[in-house]
Design a protein around this ligand. Structure first.
Ligand code: DOR
Ligand code: ZN
Length: 348
C-alpha cells in the first residue's frame, strides 16, 4: 500500500460532467469550478434547453462573461438531444469546434428533462450522424417506467436501452454518465474502448443510508439515486483501478435550499465548492491517492481526444470546514458536507 503523502501535486484536472445553470446562479457557482478545473463538459439542461449551435454558442459566451477576471476556464459545450435534433444539427455542432458531445435525457428522468427523448428509435438518423462525425453521446442511464424500482432503473437501462443502441451503432462513442451500480461498472469494463463512464464524488462517498440518517436528507438526493454499499464499493474499485474508461465527472448540480427542502425536493448535489478535495478523500480511503491524477486529469481528456492540461493543482492533507451554506443569487445552496470537515484543502 502506498504511503500517505501530506500533499499531492497533479496535472490540473477537468470536470467531464457539470451543471453550471445560467444568470445569477451561473455567476454564483462558476468560480468554484474554475478554481480547480481547467475545462468542464457543461450540461445543456437549461430552461429552455440548449438544443442547437446558436444556443450553445450564446450560453458559452455567457459563461465566459461570468468568469471572474484573471481566471482561466474553458467550457466544453454540449447539445441537448431531442426527437427533433437533426443530422444537420450534428454536422453544425461538430463544425462549431466548441461543441464536444450530445446529451441524452430520457424524458422525465431527472431535472429539466421534459424536452428529452421518449423513443430513441426516433433519433436513429441523428445517432448515425453522431457516429459519422465522432461526437460522443452522453447518456443519463435510467429508464423512466414508474413500475421499475428506482434502485433498478440504471441496470434496466443498460439491458434494455444501452445494449441495443450500441449494437445498432457500432461506431458511436458513448459515455454512461454518473454510474451508480456494480452492473454499470461491469458492463463498461466488458465493453469496447468506445464506452466510458463518469463517476461522481458523492457516489464514491455516500450510500443510500445517507439519504435517511436520522431523518430524510434532501441534500443527499440526486439522480441516479444513491445505491447500496456494495455498489459504492464497486464504483470506488473502478475509479481507483487505473482503467482509462472511468473518469471524473462531478455532476455538481446546484439547487436553491428551498427547492431541495420541500415536499417534492429537486434532485442534485452540489460538490463544486470542494470537488477535488472530496475525490481525494474517496481515493485516500482506499490508499490510492496515487491513482487520482489519471482519473481526474488524463482519462477524460484522452477519451474526448483533447490535449491533457499542462499546469498543476496541489492538494494538501489539511482539514477544511465547509460553510453551512453558500450564496446563490437571492438564495443559498447547501453544499455537500455543509458544516463539517473535508480532510483535504486546495493549495492556493
Ligand atoms: O441529481 C441530478 N441533478 N441528476 C441529474 O441528472 C440532473 C441534475 C440537475 O440538473 O439538477
Ligand atoms: Zn448531470
Amino acid at each position: 500500500m502506498p504511503t500517505q503523502p501530506d500533499h499531492l501535486s497533479i496535472t490540473r484536472p477537468d470536470d467531464w460532467h457539470l451543471h453550471l445553470r445560467d444568470g445569477v446562479a451561473l455567476a454564483a457557482v462558476l468560480s468554484d469550478t474554475a478554481r480547480q478545473f481547467s475545462r468542464a463538459i457543461v450540461m445543456p439542461n437549461l430552461v429552455p434547453p440548449v438544443t442547437n449551435v446558436a444556443l450553445a454558442g450564446a450560453y458559452r459566451e455567457r459563461i465566459l462573461a461570468a468568469l471572474p477576471k484573471g481566471m482561466h476556464f474553458e467550457p466544453l459545450m454540449t447539445l441537448y438531444l431531442t426527437e427533433t435534433t437533426s443530422p444537420a444539427d450534428i454536422a453544425d455542432a461538430k463544425a462549431s469546434g466548441f461543441i464536444h458531445a450530445v446529451k441524452y435525457y430520457p424524458a422525465g428522468a431527472t431535472t429539466h428533462s421534459d424536452a428529452g427523448v421518449r423513443d430513441l428509435a426516433r433519433c436513429k438518423a441523428t445517432l448515425a450522424a453522431m457516429a459519422t462525425h465522432d461526437l460522443p453521446l452522453l447518456m443519463h442511464g435510467e429508464v423512466t417506467d414508474p413500475s421499475i424500482d428506482i434502485f433498478d432503473r440504471e441496470h434496466t437501462f443498460i439491458e434494455t436501452r444501452l445494449k441495443p443502441t450500441l449494437q445498432e451503432f457500432p461506431e458511436l462513442r458513448v459515455v454512461l454518465e454518473h454510474i451508480t451500480t456494480r452492473h454499470a461498472v461491469e458492463f463498461v469494463e466488458r465493453s469496447s474502448e468506445r464506452i466510458a463512464a463518469t463517476i461522481t464524488a458523492h457516489h464514491l462517498l455516500l450510500n443510500r443510508n445517507h439519504l435517511f440518517t436520522g431523518g430524510i436528507r434532501p441534500h443527499h438526493y440526486c439522480l441516479p439515486v444513491l445505491k447500496r454499499e456494495i455498489h459504492r464499493q464497486a464504483l470506488l474499485d473502478a475509479a481507483t483501478g487505473g482503467n482509462p474508461k472511468f473518469f471524473l465527472g462531478t455532476d455538481s448540480a446546484p439547487h436553491a435550499r428551498h427547492a431541495k427542502e420541500s415536499a417534492c425536493g429537486c434532485a442534485g448535489i452540489y460538490t463544486a465548492h470542494a470537488a477535488m478535495e472530496l475525490y481525494a478523500e474517496a481515493f485516500d480511503s482506499v490508499g490510492r491517492l496515487d491513482r487520482l491524477e489519471a482519473f481526474a486529469s488524463h482519462h477524460g481528456a484522452d477519451f474526448y481526444r483533447l490535449p491533457r492540461n499542462t499546469d498543476q493543482l496541489v492538494l494538501q492533507r489539511r482539514a477544511q470546514r465547509v460553510p453551512q451554506e453558500l450564496p446563490f443569487g437571492d438564495d443559498h445552496i447547501v453544499p455537500l458536507r455543509a458544516g463539517e470537515d473535508i480532510a483535504f484543502t486546495l493549495a492556493s
